[in-house]
Ligand binder design. Structure first.
Ligand code: 4IP
Length: 150
């Protein structure tokens, strides 16, 4: 039932916005973006050739300290995070239908997953955009929230 395709609005590789559009223009657009990403995005090697839908630096707190990571929301879907200093993949927030983003304010947001809540802080104050993007991707891949798990 994955008939809807992702349409994208690009404004620099670290501030890609996710948007739903019709199916007509999106296939060619998607191919073009992926081509560009393969050639020009230094984070491409971490994302298993998936198209990056949104990315940006986010501080992820676990225990006492927050670590600054490049978060990469991609088709698949995946939410990878990379240490931007060592250019090393550190992990992935596990996706499921139950994934729930929650914006606390412009900077702070949580991503609830069945086994862990990720505590995240966006220094560029785009927490709400992050939550909207994650929720859009969730709806696209896992249908709407009140549906019983299959
Ligand atoms: C680490 O704390 C980092 O926050 C890790 O994040 C985190 O792993 C570790 O949690 C946590 O102990 P210190 O750097 O202060 O030691 P990252 O992997 O981004 O470097 P994850 O990836 O799980 O958030 P544990 O519980 O996974 O070890």
């Amino acid at each position: 039932a994955m008939t809807r395709l992702l349409g994208l609005q690009l404004s620099g590789f670290d501030t890609v916005k996710v948007e739903l559009t019709g199916e007509n223009d999106s296939k060619e657009e998607r191919r073009r973006r992926l081509e560009d990403q393969r050639k020009n995005n230094p984070y491409h090697r971490f994302v298993d050739d998936n198209l990056i839908l949104k990315s940006g630096l986010v501080d992820k707190k676990k225990g006492l300290f927050a670590r600054r990571r490049m978060f990469l929301l991609t088709e698949g879907p995946h939410l990878y995070y990379v240490d931007p200093t060592n250019m090393e993949l550190k992990g992935e927030v596990p996706w499921s239908r139950q994934m729930r983003p929650e914006a606390k304010n412009f900077r702070t947001f949580f991503v609830h997953t069945p086994n862990r809540t990720y505590y995240l802080f966006d220094p560029s104050r785009n927490a709400i955009e992050w939550c909207e993007a994650i929720e859009k991707v969730r709806e696209m891949y896992f249908c709407h929230e009140d549906e019983a798990p299959k």
